[in-house]
Write a protein that binds this ligand. Structure first.
Ligand code: IMO
Ligand code: MG
Length: 422
């Protein structure tokens, strides 16, 4: 196996980082391919908990290399904060952490613009993480953004910053622009040892039979084109995005693992057909500690939506499922799965392309038998309560692909493997 991808298949926060961390032990290089510090990737082991926004989740495996792809948008301050916090923990970066020259820079003005855009949207605001993600990607697509490779020349930085200020009507005098440029220039110098031409690096890894693990951020339902637009993020979160983001050819990606939560959550605005507005939703939020790791916002919680999940399997070509947070459903008195939508009395199984239609659908549910046992110490399939097994089997049946990994807690050893990944 030369390349595996781990992709969030819902609205983000599927516990992708835990799955990446667990699978990283068999990989040689872990590549975070898109998104920026809007992501909050939590890893827990040896009674320690780390939340990373930019650094790939494989970083704790000392013998592995980690890279940030071309489509990652880098907030300099956040990246350096993460690097120094990890270095303090004894994590080595030299010769094992890389950034593609092409990665874009998130500027302070992008955060201002993000905020402004939200303010203008009134009650239609997206509920972004305010990390400047959308404006940074917009500048990149408009061909006016700054990339890591721009940072080795102060005149170039000054020219680009001045252009962006004019373009976005941001008031900055010459002195401020110069100061900002100098700070970016020195950031570039500090990062210089990590910069590589990523496609060549990945190509040589492949030719040496090294295993590459692509780590997604956000989730399919937040994809810029295939998510619930405009309530989406601004990057390509789907499997097709891997090649766009790294220059690694699609035909060399061998296995696509989709990470699905055992229930659904969403942060920010946008349609969520199976959202629970009652005590059960509250109980799931409490049991799952469903509060954003980037913004601290309470996550909206709801039932597993097989219509949306099947759409995600289709869009990505998912081979098998990592089903996470199954333990959170223990003790929930009633469990439902949405198997279709009713639109004006008509039953549909297609995920609508228009979010306004999605706002109006009525979920059609089946009820599942519940279980009350604590499953956080279960290490094998056989040790799971029968009704938890039946829940997993139902998801396999609905998605028409196997579940290969079940996560029953945040720690590495709270993982049940049903199939070896090879
Ligand atoms: P991880 O990688 C959950 C959501 C925001 C908002 C929308 C757009 O931890 O799964 P943005 O700041 O990207 O312009 O916000 O996308 N969002 C996420 N939700 N997990 C994430 O990342 C997210 N990244 C962005 O809440 O609704
Ligand atoms: Mg998150």
């Amino acid at each position: 196996m030369s390349a595996i991808a781990v992709l969030g298949c819902l609205f983000g926060d599927e516990a992708k980082a835990k799955v990446v961390d667990v699978l990283a032990s068999d990989a040689d290089i872990i590549v975070r391919f898109q998104g920026g510090s809007n992501a909050g990737h939590t890893i827990q082991f040896d009674n320690k908990r780390f939340v990373m926004h930019l650094i790939p989740s494989g970083i704790f495996h000392e013998d592995k290399k980690c890279a940030l792809g071309s489509a990652v948008v880098i907030d300099p301050e956040q990246l350096e904060k993460e690097i120094s916090a990890l270095k303090e923990q004894g994590i080595i970066f030299k010769d094992r952490f890389f950034i593609d020259y092409r990665a874009s820079i998130v500027l302070p003005m992008h955060k201002i613009l993000d905020e402004k855009q939200e303010e203008l949207s009134g009650d239609k605001k997206i509920g972004t993480t305010k990390r400047g993600i959308g404006p940074c990607y917009s500048d990149s697509i408009s061909r006016i953004g700054l990339r890591m490779s721009d940072l080795n020349n102060i005149d170039n930085i000054i020219y680009k910053l001045s252009y962006l200020c004019k373009y976005h009507h941001i008031k900055m005098d010459e002195e401020e622009i110069k100061e900002n440029a100098e700070s970016l220039f020195s950031f570039g110098k500090r990062m210089d040892e990590y910069l590589i031409n990523l496609p060549y690096f990945l190509d040589s890894c492949r030719k040496q039979d090294k295993e590459i693990l692509f780590e997604g951020a956000q989730g399919t339902l937040l994809d810029i084109y295939f998510g619930t637009y405009p309530y989406v993020t601004s990057s390509h979160t789907i499997s097709g995005g891997i090649s766009i983001a790294t220059g690694y050819p699609p035909k060399h990606i061998d296995l696509l693992i989709g990470v699905f939560k055992s229930y659904f959550t969403r942060v920010g605005s946008g349609p969520f057909p199976t959202e629970l507005h009652d005590n059960l939703g509250e109980q799931i939020r409490r049991q799952g500690n469903e509060f954003g790791s980037t913004t601290g916002r309470p996550r909206r919680c709801g039932w597993f939506d097989a219509v949306a999940a099947k759409y995600s399997v289709m869009i990505n070509g998912i081979d098998n499922v990592a089903l996470t947070l199954l333990d959170v459903l223990s003790g929930i008195e009633e469990i439902k799965i949405c198997i279709a939508y009713s639109i004006d009395g008509e039953i549909v199984e297609e995920f609508p392309s228009d979010q306004r239609v999605l706002e109006e659908v009525e979920p059609v549910y089946i009820s599942m038998d519940t279980w009350s046992d604590d499953i956080t110490q279960c290490k094998t399939w056989e040790s799971l309560p029968l009704n938890a097994q039946l829940y997993v089997r139902k998801i396999e049946e609905l998605l028409e692909i196997p579940v290969s990994i079940i996560s029953v807690g945040p720690n590495r050893d709270q993982t049940i493997f049903l199939m070896k990944q090879e």
